[in-house]
Design a protein around this ligand. Sequence first.
Ligand code: F0G
Length: 459
Amino acid sequence: MTIPFIEPFRIKVVERVKLTTEEEREAALKKAFYNTFNVPAEDVFIDLLTDSGTNAMSDRQWAAMMQADESYAGAKSYYRFERAVQDVLGFEFVLPTHQGRAAEGMLFSTLVKAGQFVPNNRHFDTTQANLLVLNAHPVEFTIPESEDSSLIAPFKGNMDLAKLEQFIQETGVENIPIGMITITNNSAAGQPVSMDNIRQTSEIYHKYGIPFFVDACRFAENAWFIKIRDPKYKDVSVRDIVHEMFSYADGCTMSAKKDAIVNIGGFIAFRDPELKQRIAQNLIVHEGFLTYGGLSGRDLEAVAVGLYEGVDESYLNYREAHTRYLGEVLRQAGMPVYMPTGGHAVYVDGGKALPHIPPSQFPAVALGNALYLAGGVRTTEIGSLMFEHTDPVTGAPIFAPLELLRFAIPRQVYTRSHLDYIGEAAAKCMRDADKIRGLKIAWAPKVLRHFMAKLEPVD
Ligand code: F0G
């Protein structure tokens, strides 16, 4: 297998990591109540829990941080950050927040009332939770093809346009204060959304006068997929693709911890100056003054540089190929990989990998734990531990459409030999797959239960 790609950077600073023994990992997992969120990072050899905030920054980002202005109001760093958002994304107004979920919280608490509905192709867990705490209803219309983990199609993250429009007509526009789309579609295996689909989603929302916001965490990876998978965009630059994607929207929420390649930061960007005034009230109470929003000047500088580095095409070419390579390695190790691989992560179909474990016993969590035991590799479940909920009418459990195990790749952190090592751990784990046991919940909080749940192996 040859996939032509090479890291378009070299390494200047390293962090030592330690490989523990299988016995040590077994003890660590038990102490963590079989939930790897509770395992100390020191006991993890390769950490693919998330690509969020786990990135290695560049020399230019670190250099910019040294020049930061830490003034409370009107810092030079804020204006550099604002210019980068205007230039790369094309929105005139921006408010910084400490991370993506704060941006969602500020936007929703300003626009959404209890009992109202917010459609999306698929909400991420924090987006969903930010609506639930307002007693509003997150609703989702990703195309059904996304639920087939072996179907090869270019844009499986797309919105189901017919279902979206039908929902708007049946629910009434007065009950839908804002409409969203998430690019790439993290909860649907990191699949991209096509340009046509973004435009048509925008047309539907706008036909009914609903403001359209993009959850933009991985906008650069989405733009790269449009370039390599939609022949119409093969000769269009990523910078132009990004501008076109956002030209259809009224604004976006952003976790800079992803495609702005930083460790902390986020923002809300939009075109409407009146909305800025309305959100500003909230922002000052919860995050900070308008020109820092919970971030230091150093953080704003890192985002300003990272936004440009995140849309660099040689970087994006490497990024997609690096992720695809991990997909190949895992397939060769016998894992049922969700196809095609996403931008920031490889997703494995835990339900297919462990058919003897039902969704009620969280097969993807069980697979992730087995992988941790096999090689100290930490991943995360995007399945029923994260998304199971109760049918409001019948009270029956509704499980996630797929029991996925996500291998999220921090940006610019791991080399190809790290990926090969993950393949070896995966092969070891799959050799004894039929011995892996399911899990049950010993304790869990009501909202975002996967972060803190205590689990036990089923007998
Ligand atoms: N939207 C999407 C699509 C996300 O993936 C995330 C975070 C957020 C919003 C919230 O951003 O973490 O900065 O508050 N996703 C991380 C993940 C945590 O692991 O996928 P945040």
